[in-house]
Design a protein around this ligand. Structure first.
Ligand code: N01
Length: 557
């Protein structure tokens, strides 16, 4: 529990209380700092890393790139910023994205409101004072009227519980915590566990550097070539010309980019039209192939056409048919696990220094000081890389001791899966707002545009509460349960629950198996949030905390 006897050590208003405390300085947290300051709030952001950037600060593994086009995956709130920054490639590398984020932090002087290397460990709602007391790993307690939690959807690495996992005597690396300076893999025997997006991006690059690379694959994933390329001067000119319209389309779109699916179901197309649409989807590159047809996530027939097309592409690249067999997923409809975006992934398995171990046929028995022992073989290694994913969506929130009304712990409130209203709030946690939380579109849409939309909306909610003299903003259990049930019912209408994905919490042992995201798309979500705001923030209780403390629930609006 935070030590509430300590006062905040940071500059707040006269009473030492901040208006807004932001947790996390990734894309969402940084924009929250900027926008909250612009709105006149006293704001402080606490960031665990030694630099800003969140995901893009930590995930420095070889080959790390975004799978959304750089011109879309960037802030839109400032036109000069948008026009001044020149992305060098269609899909930006992690170093370029991080240098963009650092540029933004410098340009808007954000660092003066951010405390780095400061991890939030706990937060307590003080009902009588209507403030949060937020404790850090340095033993400080900060007091704030509101908390905006931007701790990340994919920020808690999953260390797999493989027997002997701590026994390996060589170098152990996690893609999600890649060291700097980067380790030298030349001349080394490297093993990598995990073939999701991080594994699939890093494998082709590690294969070029290492002496030998052994890929330990439990479940194959679908991957589509990025078709990355440098952006020319002509591209730069066109991008600036088209930006306003591109952003407008993106904000009303499902995925936060201007992409539109083929107008018909695959079932309604004749074979030539279907193949042409799939070829176009494939050459669009990356994750968008999953949206070639409008019903690809709801109609297994349509999905199977896309799947068969992708399978033929894999077979055409991989020379050894048995290796190709092992690389082809058979456990989920295409796209129900996030499609990976690669640069040369499948061709990497044609290299002499790369071996694929299918753990479904030959499972890992244990890890020893010398390497990996499977049921059939032993692999001596110098370096072992884990690309084993994250405790996604809820992990960062449930690892902090967040206590709401009556001392209820957030992780207990979510023991059966996360419950939120619009992804923003959890019953019994007043004035605590989540960015890109479970119940919002989050990772299913462009996170940068989505974060801007959510921050603007929440700041308007806080303004409305302030104007009404309400110092407590909360949601009732009924409204949050209704929203959460609706999301799950919507997911049941799709193919998503068929996959053991991190969207479902299925990648972490013991985690409730529930679809955690809003599937209606960013544009629909934003329009619905606007409708809620226009209807006097329907579903939110804007009250005086003193009244709440006396449990009279006086609604002041
Ligand atoms: O993690 P993952 P990720 N033994 O969970 C395997 C985003 N992202 O970091 O499926 C053996 O997808 C696991 O196998 P299985 C993107 O949203 C984006 O790669 O559980 N293997 C799987 O193969 C993405 O979806 C970008 O059987 C084990 C792998 O580890 C999300 O982050 C780049 C195991 C984990 O894959 C997560 O991607 C990178 C075990 N005990 C990430 N435990 C881009 O923008 C786990 N695995 C391009």
């Amino acid at each position: 529990m935070p030590d509430s006897s300590r006062s905040s050590t940071v500059a707040g208003n006269a009473a030492g209380t901040l208006d807004i405390l932001v947790i996390g300085a990734g894309f969402a947290g940084l924009y929250a700092v900027h926008a909250a300051r612009q709105a006149g709030h006293d704001v402080l952001c606490l960031e665990a890393g030694s630099g800003v950037g969140g995901t893009w600060f930590f995930n420095r593994y070889p080959g790390a790139r975004c799978d959304v086009e750089s011109i879309d995956y960037s802030y839109s709130f400032d036109e000069d910023l948008q026009n001044d920054w020149k992305w060098s490639e269609r899909y930006a590398t992690q170093p370029e994205i991080l240098s963009y984020i650092n540029h933004v932090a410098e340009r808007f002087d954000l660092l003066r409101s951010i405390r780095l290397e400061t991890r939030v460990v706990a937060a307590d709602w003080d009902e009588s004072a209507a403030v949060w007391r937020v404790a850090t790993d340095a033993g400080e307690v900060h007091v704030a009227r509101h908390v905006l939690c931007a701790a990340g959807s994919l920020s808690v690495p999953n260390k797999p519980p493989i027997p002997g996992v701590d026994d390996f005597a060589g170098e152990v690396l996690f893609t999600s915590q890649w060291p700097e300076p980067a380790p030298d893999l030349a001349g080394k025997r490297v093993g990598i566990v995990g073939t999701g997006s991080s594994g699939i991006q890093s494998i082709p690059v590690i294969a070029q550097e290492a002496e030998e690379l052994t890929v330990f694959q439990r479940t194959p994933n679908f991957s589509v070539p990025a078709l990355n390329r440098p952006l020319t001067e002509e591209d730069q000119r066109r991008i600036r010309e088209e930006y306003p319209e591109r952003r407008r389309k993106s904000r009303v779109s499902g995925g936060g980019s201007p992409y539109v699916a083929h107008p018909k179901s695959a079932e309604e197309c004749d074979p030539d039209e279907r193949t042409a649409a799939l070829e176009k989807g494939w050459t669009t590159g990356g994750v968008l192939f999953g949206k070639t047809f409008p019903d690809q996530y709801t109609n297994i027939v349509s999905n199977d056409y896309a799947r068969d097309f992708a399978v033929a592409k894999i077979r055409a690249i991989v020379e050894d048919p048995e290796v190709a067999d092992d690389l082809i997923p058979s456990d989920h409809p295409i796209g129900t696990k996030r499609i990976c975006t690669d640069s040369g992934y499948y061709a990497t398995f044609n290299r002499d220094n790369v071996a694929l171990v299918n753990l479904r046929k030959d499972p890992i028995e244990h890890i020893a000081d010398w390497g990996v022992k499977t049921s059939e073989s032993s692999y001596e290694l110098d370096v072992l890389v884990f690309a084993t994913g994250f405790d996604a969506m809820t992990g960062a929130l449930t690892r902090m001791d967040i206590r709401g009304e009556g001392g209820v712990l957030l992780r207990d409130a979510w023991a059966d899966g996360p419950v939120t209203y619009l992804g923003y709030q959890v019953p019994a946690f007043p004035n605590f707002f989540i960015l890109n939380g479970p119940g919002s579109p989050a990772v299913l849409a462009n996170m940068v545009l989505g974060s801007e939309m959510q921050v603007d909306w929440l700041l308007a909610l806080i303004r409305a509460a302030d104007e009404q003299g309400a110092d407590r903003v909360a949601v009732s259990p009924d409204v949050a349960q209704e929203w959460t049930t609706q999301l799950q019912e919507a997911a049941e209408q799709t193919l998503f629950p068929r996959a053991n994905s991190w969207y479902m919490g299925a990648n972490i042992e013991g985690k409730p198996r529930k679809f955690m995201l809003y599937l209606g798309g960013l544009g629909t979500y934003a329009a619905f949030c606007d409708e809620i705001a226009a209807d006097d923030y329907r579903g939110f209780e804007l009250t005086a905390a003193s009244a709440a403390a006396e449990r009279t629930e006086q609604v002041v609006r």
